[in-house]
Design a protein around this ligand. Structure first.
Ligand code: NAD
Length: 360
């Protein structure tokens, strides 16, 4: 564990969770609770090393702080990862053990779905802790956030295509979409329904076969997706895909996808800018899910109409970022960090300190 990095980047709490009885090995990172309790999904992934898992959870939780700050959710940033194979290692006992760790944080961290985790696993967690969102609609919760994330991405696409191509006719463009999961799959269905041309890729061949049946959809195999001569690239799988190897291969004019932490490092935002590609900062365009669950944790409870109205604002959020970027000669990523940092600084001036205990 790199303690210097945790201190330097301002993480409030990083908890290593180990339960030998169930085989649970997990990490919870609470990055910042200035704006509210740290809400962020739980990911299950077969990390090759513990180091890789730590890096992932630290980056993801920090991203959640900026995402919530920009989207005005009234929440802080946190995230959790379970080190394990989502196809083999899931059990009620394991997720209940995870729930007990979440409970020990007393509400400074609230969990939800992320890669590899659905409502069933969250129901198991919920048997041990109340700090869970995104449970089933039948239980009064906000349900799986993924369709809302997809909705936000589509809304964000309008801002991107207007900025770069001067059109809001999404159907006239060609999209390359990496990842056909809960979010990417929904985005592709929507684009196909609008009549757009879409080239897709997924490491899961069954998903590729399933989606190739949709009108306008064709499949790219392996990493060919980076070479597609499309207008818009939508990374909807994992992070780090925008890097020194992939950016020079891209022929698109816009990058606008749901995946968290798409840039391998912050400097890759400059590389994208230098290639004359418009980048929609991931934590702005993929905020639909967090906006949806933030409505659930309000004292008045969940209301879908409120959530959808707020998600529509992703369009305005991106327009603000693009305008700031143009005006101040920043990359869109730098402009987005500036918006987030200003909100955090203002709140710190008012609060003087963290508000982590506001929901407990
Ligand atoms: P998911 O697990 O449902 O889907 C991910 C898909 O990507 C899977 O189908 C997987 O097979 C595929 N994949 C993995 N590696 C790939 C590769 N190298 N090439 C092509 N496909 C690959 O996850 P999801 O919930 O759809 O989330 C997708 C991304 O969006 C993640 O980065 C997640 O953190 C981010 N995100 C999700 C939400 C949400 O509401 N679910 C919200 C914000 C951000």
């Amino acid at each position: 564990m790199k303690i210097e990095r945790i201190e330097a980047e301002g993480y409030e709490n990083v908890v290593m969770c180990s339960d030998p009885d169930t085989g649970l090995k997990a990490i919870i990172a609470v990055h910042d609770t200035t704006l509210g309790p740290a809400l962020g999904g739980l990911r299950m992934w077969n990390y090759k090393t513990d180091e890789e898992a730590i890096t992932d959870v630290l980056r993801l939780s920090r991203g959640m702080t900026y995402k919530s700050a920009c989207a005005n959710t009234g929440l802080g940033g946190g995230k959790a990862v379970i080190i394990g194979d989502q196809n083999k290692d899931k059990s009620e006992r394991l997720f209940r053990a995870m729930g007990r760790f979440v409970e020990t944080l007393g509400g400074s961290y609230i969990t939800a779905e992320d890669v590899g985790i659905g409502i069933q696993e969250l129901e198991w967690l919920h048997k041990e802790t109340k700090y869970v969102t995104g449970l089933s609609r039948q239980s009064g919760s906000s349900g799986n956030p993924s369709p809302f994330t997809a909705r936000g991405c589509i809304r964000g696409l309008f801002a991107c295509t207007e900025e770069k191509f001067g059109t809001s006719h999404l159907d006239r463009l060609h999209y390359s979409v990496q990842g056909l999961g809960q979010v990417g799959g929904e985005v592709v269905r929507c684009l196909s329904m609008l009549g757009a041309r879409v080239t897709v890729s997924d490491i899961n061949e069954d998903r590729c076969v399933e989606f190739s049946a949709l009108p306008g959809v064709e499949v790219a195999y392996g990493d060919e997706i980076y070479d597609i001569d499309a207008d818009v690239f939508m990374p909807c799988a994992l992070g780090g895909v925008l890097n020194g190897d992939t950016i020079p291969r891209l022929k698109v004019k816009v990058i606008a996808g749901a995946a968290n932490n798409q840039l391998l490092t912050e400097s890759h935002a400059t590389m994208i800018h230098d290639h004359d590609i418009l980048y929609a900062p991931d934590f702005i365009i993929n905020a639909g899910g967090i906006i949806n669950v933030s409505v659930e944790v309000r004292p008045e409870g969940y209301d879908e109409r409120t959530a959808v109205t707020k998600i529509e604002n992703i369009y305005n959020g991106l327009r603000e970022v693009f305008e700031t970027s143009r005006r101040e000669n920043l990359t869109p990523a730098e402009a987005a960090y500036q918006v987030a940092q200003n909100r955090l600084d203002e709140a710190r001036q008012v609060n003087g300190h963290s508000v982590a205990d506001s929901t407990s």
